[in-house]
Design a binder for this molecule. Structure first.
Ligand SMILES: Cc1ncc(COP(=O)(O)O)c(C=O)c1O
Length: 217
């Protein structure tokens, strides 16, 4: 497959250095990107690609969005970090902008740095607030790489190997994804009658205490 890409020697060298010194999951062939604009992303050889993944699903505004870039530049000129025991006007404005979109009663934002951390905090809140210990996830659901959320990630095989039981304070049963494109029970919508939902309810009945602290999807 790599031969279709015609990478320069400099690009191949970067791919080799990445493999040697950076720990991370990589698709094959590895591609080293240099910059992006909108939905286009460009590798170190200048090849352009359409980025259908919005980065890691979190760049729906596209790469190098002008207003966002300018806002980041301005804020970097003030400070990038002060101290999480104090506050700043931008933080308060952002929290209010988010809570304005949420249903009544969801009035407080806990800012975290990664998806794994956000899910860890959410799990901790669900356990603490409910006093219950089942956190139900969806089969093939991925929630991050820290140990507790890895315990909820219901992808088998190499990802779980050598790790042992991960989610000590909670159990992590999983239900089917309502995924019509690749139906988990090999039926077709709509004649299936959404049978995956009944199957999932049965899984909850049979594999949990019927007292879920949370469902994560
Ligand atoms: C659906 C989903 N949840 C959580 C995470 C974890 O986020 P992070 O890598 O920022 O910890 C990822 C990362 O790929 C993800 O795809």
């Amino acid at each position: 497959m790599e031969k279709h890409f015609n990478f320069s020697n400099a690009h191949k060298d970067l791919i080799a250095r990445d493999a040697e010194h950076v720990l991370g999951w990589r698709y094959a062939p590895g591609i080293v990107f240099e910059q992006g604009r909108g939905s286009t992303i460009i590798d170190v050889d200048g090849n352009e690609y359409l980025d259908f993944t919005s980065g890691m699903m979190c760049l729906p505004l596209g790469h190098a969005h002008e207003e966002l870039t300018e806002t980041l530049r301005e804020q970097a000129g003030r400070f990038l970090h002060e101290n999480s025991w104090y506050s700043n006007p931008q933080l308060i404005d952002f929290a209010e902008a988010i809570t304005a979109t949420l249903p009544d009663g969801l009035d407080v934002v806990n800012f975290t740095v990664t998806g794994s951390e956000a899910n860890e905090v959410a799990m901790r809140m669900a356990l603490g607030a409910s006093g219950k210990h089942d956190i139900i996830s969806v089969i093939r659901g991925l929630h991050g790489g820290s140990l507790a959320v890895e315990g909820l990630t219901s992808i088998g095989g190499a990802r779980r190997r050598n790790l042992g039981p991960l989610l000590a304070p909670a159990s992590a049963p999983a239900i089917h994804a309502p995924l019509c494109w690749r139906c988990p029970i090999n039926l077709d919508y709509p004649s299936c009658g959404v049978a995956c939902l009944a199957a999932s309810e049965d899984l909850i009945d049979q594999t949990t205490s019927s007292e879920a602290a949370a469902v994560i999807a």
